[in-house]
Design a protein around this ligand. Sequence first.
Ligand code: ADP
Length: 441
Amino acid sequence: MHYWTNELWRLAYLVIGFGLLGALLGVGGWGVALGLAVHMAFTLAHLKKLYAWLNAPVHQKPPAGDGVWGDLFDRLYRYQKSQTQLQGRLRRVLTRVEESSEAMRDGIVMLDPQGHLDWWNSAAEQMLGLDARHDRGHHVANYLRDPHFISYFTTGEYQEPVLFSSPAHDGRTIEARITLFGDNERLVLVRDVTRLQRLEQTRRDFVANVSHELRTPLTVLSGYLETFLDQASSQPDTVPRRLTRAFGQMQGQTHRMQNLVDDLLTLSRLETSERQTERQPIDMASMCQWIQEDGEALSQGRHHFLVEVEEPRAILGEEREIRSALSNLVINAVRYTPDGSTITIRYATHERGAMVEVIDDGDGISATHLSRLTERFYRVDKSRSTESGGTGLGLAIVKHVLLRHDARLDIESDIGQGAVFRCIFPASRLDAPAGTGNFPR
Ligand code: ADP
């Protein structure tokens, strides 16, 4: 502030001094004008210095200046220095980010809001065959043309990654995951999952082959055991009691193994067949009826069944798969609820899709287990599941069938609260509403 006051004093001295001198010489007005002109010359001289300094290369010491000008030069110099330091720090950070991205084995591609290629690391360059000299600024869809990637990119739903064939290397599979950042810009993380895919395929083939190979010996075993047990029951005196009991147990275990092999084969078939299923209209009223009958056959009158169908609008899918999934839910409800429980099968549709619910008023499942129930071989009570003929694969099969129908399974339950198994289908899986479609009702 004092620089300002000094500057004003400087102006006042000049104007008054020259004004008085002018008055003594009889030209007071010219004196004042001369005072102002001297001050103006002083100001212009400093402005010239300032321009010269600003045009000079950075880091030069500021020119010497008087009063407010000296202070101004100092401040500008300090500001310039702090900016240079900040720039240096930013540059170092950027270099480190670039170096670490380069060192990454996963590929990173940055896209601008329009989807043009902006920057990528060398891993991405190698995996996707990008060329830094020609490809920057071009749209990503010109390079990653696989329909899976294109539809993933355009839908804008990036919760799950997408798999597609590498555009640069035949037979290699790339997994890409997009993250939005900044002003609608996109970060595409890519990695080569060919080895993982092959391992996964080997695992699937192994399970399918073993299950297939086990089928015949199990059928032979179970056939002989059945013949033996038939004979034992028609001629009880010819076979020792102990042996009959042992053979009975062997038959029970053989059936268990057959069920397990059947479920494993079903699962591997679901995993290996095409992601999309057929889109046949399924009569859901009949479907609910069938699964009720499946439940009743197992329950043998120990449970009450209720079926509620609000609007029997058809679901588009594969009837056999949907029936096996829903049957699994009803059979579980019979297996894991005490005698006398009520099992309700509900089908409802709304504008966002349809849902099938299998509701029971049994003992329920503790909330801590719910998220893991669809894992293979996950059981809440292992001995109970084995006793009731469960394989531990039922809900895994349900989940896979639903996935193939773009649907999902929601489970609601708690100890003592019964359980609700809800299959939620999207609107795209609903047939045309009653009256507008060609579905026979
Ligand atoms: P499992 O062949 O053992 O029945 P699932 O995958 O069909 O295998 O079911 C997994 C576990 O979920 C079962 O072992 C059981 O503990 C539990 N469960 C499934 N349905 C119900 C139900 N309606 N009520 C209580 N528990 C259930």
